[in-house]
Design a protein around this ligand. Structure first.
Ligand code: ZN
Length: 1173
């Protein structure tokens, strides 16, 4: 076999590999910085035990490791302390009607790759007629070789004198006049110059409720809805009659039916006694093998081993259940053990539910439910304030014990202790991986690591009818370029030489471990489409007595779930190997940006950050070239050619028809042009120091970057630093159309839609060129993220927002984000396709990308943090024997310009029994899918309809389980599948999120921003975003590396004498109780009393004591785990900022109308009962 030219640097690969020399992974991000510990990957509990010889770190060096500029700790009053998505001071909404919705439809007619992405035959094996010699190394970029684009005016093709609109200012930048920048009047008041003058009215919004602070849970919780009296029985015994799962949590433990005597759900309204009565015995038939009265435990839903089979002894207060379920069929006698429901015989198969997977209905409905829908409780009535206004005597005196309902913390802890110690070995089909919150190692033995792919279920129904009946979405969350911990092996690079990767002749699937070699190894049968393909002569190998190729362990593509192929020229645009990509930094130099110090900060930072551009393998320097543009109403391009003594500026004031006034000298090698670049970055802040220009353009900025990349014939990334709504006359000009009055109306969706199709069209052009746009926003008022973010979103870029940016408090966060963004691994010109075995196919995609057809996901750039969620539907029957296969193939250009294919394979089980589906689900992944589905839904449907649809779907999922899989029991009992017992609490968090249920303090831009962020999140990120992590800092062991045990997100869990940390991936809150010991306050904040703690700190002071060190190390560790640098917010109990903090206590009733966990669970129960009746 041919091997690639890299030296082997990884651990020994499998068995001896005579021919395979391994592959040194690209080390993106420059050299390790001395003294910087490598980040533990995504861990909650410190470093993992190594179990394999580490490969060189992948090379992203976390933001903390970048040479620090040292940021002063500001003690100044900071009015921008609110988290960036809760900033609230905005321009008044426009008075007029919003512009007509322009929609977000993806323009058609996008020019795709000719080799990859045109139906089933476009990915053809390269024709042998024109073999291409693969160069031994990435193509060197020849600066002079880039022909001028044909669209350029002829004068520029020759690099001749600039046209009249261009001023060439040579040699002495500092002395030049920037004549084309008209002096403007001082900025008008009201446009948001300078820091906001008023504190965002977070506290004001809730002042009326301030008196309710820290009232006991029982007083603030509100009564359960009236419906509870019909819906919830007294404490119910749990049924544990589910078959023992083969893995993971071995028992299905009912979620809502805790042991009678301890932690039952006890709404006293049923029965209407007020004591704690012993309910009457359950009238249902005794079921042997079902635990009813489990051991008393605080978390009764977390039995992780089969409970002892005892006879049903628990009482049952509910009505006879025959009307709901009927007794077990007589042919199905009670069975010992836990197998009785394996065959699903309790369930009638119901017809397909028309709502499955379809668009959000305008109103909630239950699809094929016969007859008029039963009177339903409006979901919104659950959290409605009226409940709190009931006279006290009407409130039930007993309520559900929060400890009796499924606890996310307990599930996380159980999984950690059960599954965190052993590596997850991927050799077995359909294995459910440990939770994202568990720290575990992965050993690839033929299936892709869960770090690359996670599924909503690892056992999927054989038929479409079953899938529709269950309503469980079948989806995979794919992170093709995910960062791995240093202990794990990165995908090997396989080079099949001139003929390229071996593929199936028909479906073009790539060689993988599931292909079946036949006829002595001369042919192979495709595992996806069953087509038989000749093995190319150079790839032939004999089979051993088991039918396995004798080189099985030598070839990653035969034995591993994930690997890479070196792509041939046939996989390249225009049949030409790509040039290395370029980064273009485009800096807003309007008044606001200059005045806030942002321009100076960016220029200073760029001087050092350019040394950390992504590099490949052992290359000495990055192949990425850089260019610089500044802009306000006009654009300034800079010639930083190494031969120049000083940079030259060229101004383009005709923004209506953007062109790039220079080609030679615009994109340069950092090392070659170091002095010129440094000089430029020194001069930019001076040049614009006195600008009075307040207006900006935006569309022409992207166009300029795009044209520059086109001219250089390369892909690349634009880093745009932008401050305001682009109101200057230019293509893509926007108007302020913010109108919060639209919330809760049918027009609310327009707030999420772009106000013009200009940017969608521009995005299409960017994708065609491989021009990815990263956007750093620094708004002081509304700037229409929904529109400005379109290009970023569709090109696979990242968006960052720093509202009311202030140097002292926000520069750390911004600089860390910028450093990480510049350094992180990224592929360009990417196309992803997901192939599936016969029976299912990928039908829907969620994420930041562009699609010009129904199968190919195109991304101008795809970085290591970006995730694509793919939904599958049946188009035929699946078989339990063969299971189902997924193959995700990502074609991309590496940071050095090498064209590659990254392949991830995953095999899933298939089932004919619904119980198997429910036993192999992963709720965290389900929530990731549901959130993305809902967040896309708000573009087209009223938000309330989206929420109702979510509730409806989850109720159907749980009702189907109850009907078909659970033991017969009282209808009054809520029984949740073990693997889905957190579905209600997590779903409630999604429903209460700012996008779906905004509070008055949340701006339109915040919502658009969050919507965009979530759409690219992986499962770990959505998990912590929707259910934040709450750590009692005062319980931390200062002598250990571990984190304190997390607690549930409820105010009643907080003690006034403790300090807590809450993080959700975007913010870190440090909450300080009023009764915290003075010594702790002194140790952590360096002040002597609670009242002296400043809530404007953006970092904790560095103090030399164990508690301070421990807390700061925890915060550092959390920063390393997240893809964005979180904003630190100090919250003092009973301080105004506490309202912000409480927004994240997601188990409580929210101040914006979101239901508490307990109330929502009651509501879900009612929904389920209605579906079952
Ligand atoms: Zn095939």
């Amino acid at each position: 076999m041919s091997v690639n030219q890299h030296t082997h640097a990884g651990p020994p690969y499998g068995h001896p590999q005579p021919g395979y020399q391994g592959y040194q992974q690209p080390a993106y991000g420059g050299q390790p910085l001395p003294g910087v510990p490598h980040s533990p990957y995504g861990a909650y509990n410190g470093p993992m035990p190594g179990y394999q010889q580490p490969v060189p770190p992948q090379g992203y060096f976390p933001s903390l490791g970048f040479p620090s500029k040292g940021s002063p700790v500001s003690l100044n009053s900071d009015t921008s302390l609110a988290p960036n998505f809760i900033d609230s001071v905005r321009a008044p909404p426009t008075s007029g009607a919003p512009p007509p919705a322009t929609g977000t439809s993806l323009p058609s007619g996008h020019l795709g790759y000719s080799q990859f992405g045109q139906g089933d035959v476009q990915n053809g094996i390269p024709t042998s007629a024109a073999p291409v010699q693969r160069p031994p190394a990435p193509q060197p970029f020849l600066p002079g070789s880039a022909p001028a684009p044909v669209s350029q005016p002829p004068t520029f093709q020759q690099y001749g004198p600039p046209p009249p609109s261009v001023q060439q200012l040579s040699n002495h930048m500092a002395g030049m006049t920037i004549g084309s920048i008209p002096a403007c009047a001082p900025p008008p008041a009201g446009l948001g110059y300078g820091p906001p003058t008023s504190v965002p009215p977070v506290s004001g919004s809730f002042s009326a409720t301030g008196s309710g602070l820290y009232t006991p849970y029982t007083a603030s919780q509100g009564a359960p809805p009236p419906s509870v009296s019909q819906g919830l029985p007294l404490a119910q015994p749990p049924f544990s009659g589910q078959p023992v799962p083969t893995q993971r949590l071995p028992t299905e433990v009912p979620g809502f039916a805790p042991p009678l005597s301890s932690t039952g759900i006890e709404p006293s309204s049923y029965p209407p006694t007020t004591g704690a009565p012993r309910p009457p015995p359950m009238p249902g038939p005794p079921l042997s093998g079902q635990t009813v009265a489990g051991p008393r435990m605080s978390q009764p839903n977390h039995v992780s081993s089969p409970p002892p089979p005892t006879t049903l002894s628990g009482p049952h207060p509910g009505p006879p259940m025959s009307g709901l379920h009927g007794p077990p069929p007589p042919t199905h006698p009670p069975q010992p053990g836990y197998q009785m429901q394996q065959n699903g015989s309790f369930g009638q198969v119901r017809g397909p539910q028309p709502n499955y997977g379809g668009a959000y209905p305008g109103t909630p409905n239950y699809g094929s439910q016969p007859g008029p829908p039963p009177k339903r409780l409006d979901p919104d009535s659950i959290p409605s304030p009226q409940l709190n206004e009931l006279p006290p005597q009407q409130k039930p005196r007993h309520r559900i014990d929060p400890d009796a309902i499924p606890s996310p913390i307990q599930v996380i802890e159980d999984d950690r202790s059960n599954r965190g110690s052993e590596p997850f070995v991927t050799g077995v089909r359909g294995q459910v991986p440990p939770l994202v919150t568990t720290n575990f190692l992965v050993k690839d033995q033929g299936n892709a690591s869960p770090r690359y792919i996670r599924c909503t279920s690892y056992n999927i129904p054989c038929t479409s009818d079953m899938a529709k009946q269950s309503q469980v979405p079948l989806a995979a969350v794919i992170k093709p370029l995910a960062t791995l911990p240093p202990e794990e092996t990165l995908p090997y690079l396989v080079d099949h030489g001139e003929s390229g990767p071996v593929r199936c002749n028909r479906c073009k699937a790539y060689m993988c471990p599931f292909m079946q070699f036949i006829e002595g190894g001369r042919r192979f049968q495709c595992c996806f489409c069953s087509c038989v393909t000749e093995v190319p002569a150079h790839y032939f190998q004999h089979l051993d007595h088991t039918g396995k190729r004798v080189d099985f362990y030598d070839r990653p593509e035969l034995s591993l779930g994930s690997y890479e192929f070196l792509a041939t020229v046939d996989y390249c645009k225009n049949n030409k190997f790509p040039s290395p990509p370029a980064f273009i930094f485009m800096i807003d130099v309007s008044y606001n940006a200059v005045k806030s110090g942002l321009v100076r900060l960016i220029c200073e930072e760029l001087k050092s950050i350019l040394d950390y551009l992504p590099r490949e393998g052992n290359m000495e320097e990055s192949a990425i070239r850089v260019g610089f543009v500044t802009y306000n109403k006009v654009l300034h391009f800079y010639n930083v050619k190494s031969s120049l003594a000083q940079p030259q500026m060229m101004v383009v004031s005709d923004v209506a028809d953007m062109f790039v006034p220079l080609l030679d000298g615009f994109l340069v090698n950092v090392n070659e042009s170091r002095t010129v670049i440094a000089s430029l970055l020194d001069q930019i802040p001076e040049m614009f120091a006195d600008t009075r220009e307040t207006e900006t353009v935006f569309g022409p900025v992207i166009q300029a970057g795009l044209e520059a990349l086109k001219a250089a014939e390369c892909a690349g990334k634009l880093f745009i630093f932008h401050t305001s709504l682009p109101i200057a006359e230019a293509p893509g000009k926007l108007k302020n159309r913010d109108d919060k009055k639209l919330i809760n109306t049918d027009k609310e969706k327009t707030l999420f839609q772009p106000q013009t199709s200009f940017y969608s069209n521009l995005a299409k052009d960017c994708v065609a060129q491989g021009c990815c746009v990263d956007l750093f926003l620094f708004p002081n008022q509304y700037l229409d993220v929904a529109t400005l973010g379109v290009v970023t979103y569709q090109t696979g870029g990242s968006i960052y927002k720093y509202a009311y940016f202030q140097l002292e408090t926000d520069q750390d966060r911004f600089l860390n984000d910028l450093r990480r963004d510049v350094q992180k691994e990224v592929g360009f010109d990417a196309v992803m396709r997901v192939r599936t075995s016969t029976g299912i196919r990928a039908t829907d995609f969620f994420g930041a990308f562009y699609m010009s057809n129904t199968t190919d996901v195109e991304m101008a750039g795809l970085d290591c943090d970006k995730t694509i969620t793919v939904e599958f539907k049946h188009d035929d029957k699946l078989s339990e024997d063969s299971g189902a296969l997924l193959q995700c193939a990502l074609l991309y250009t590496s940071c050095a310009g090498q064209r590659r294919l990254r392949i991830h394979n995953l095999s899933l089980n298939c089932c004919t029994q619904l119980a198997d589906l429910y036993r192999n689900c992963e709720t965290d992944t389900l929530i990731n899918y549901l959130a993305k589905y809902a967040y896309r839904g708000v573009l087209n449907s009223p938000v309330k309809a989206v929420r109702d649809s979510l509730i409806n779907q989850c109720a159907q999922i749980l009702a189907c389980y109850r009907k078909n899989c659970a033991s017969p029991s009282s209808a009054g009992q809520l029984i949740l599948p073990e693997c889905m017992k957190l579905l209600p609490v997590y779903l409630n968090c999604v429903l209460k999120s700012d996008v779906l249920q905004p509070g008055p303090e949340v701006t339109t831009d915040d919502r658009a921003y969050i919507r965009q962020l979530v759409t690219s999140m992986d499962v770990a990120e959505t998990n912590v975003f929707f259910y934040p992590r709450l750590l009692p800092l005062t319980k931390a062991d200062v002598d250990s590396d571990s984190l304190p045990a997390a607690i549930r997100n409820s105010e009643e869990r907080l003690s006034k004498g403790d300090i807590y940390l809450l993080e959700n991936g975007l913010n870190i809150f440090v909450w300080v109780g009023v009764n915290v010991q003075q010594g702790l306050i002194q140790n952590l904040f360096g002040v002597s009393s609670f009242s002296q703690i400043s809530n404007t700190l953006s970092t904790l002071p560095v103090l030399e004591n164990p508690f301070s060190k421990k807390v700061r190390s925890i915060i550092d560790m959390l920063h390393l785990q997240r893809s964005r640098y979180m904003k630190l917010i100090i919250v003092k109990q009973e301080d105004k900022l506490e309202m912000l903090f409480k927004h994240f206590l997601v188990e409580d009733k929210s101040l914006t109308g979101g239901a508490s966990y307990v109330d929502f669970l009651c509501h879900m129960h009612k929904e389920i009962r209605q579906l079952l009746s």
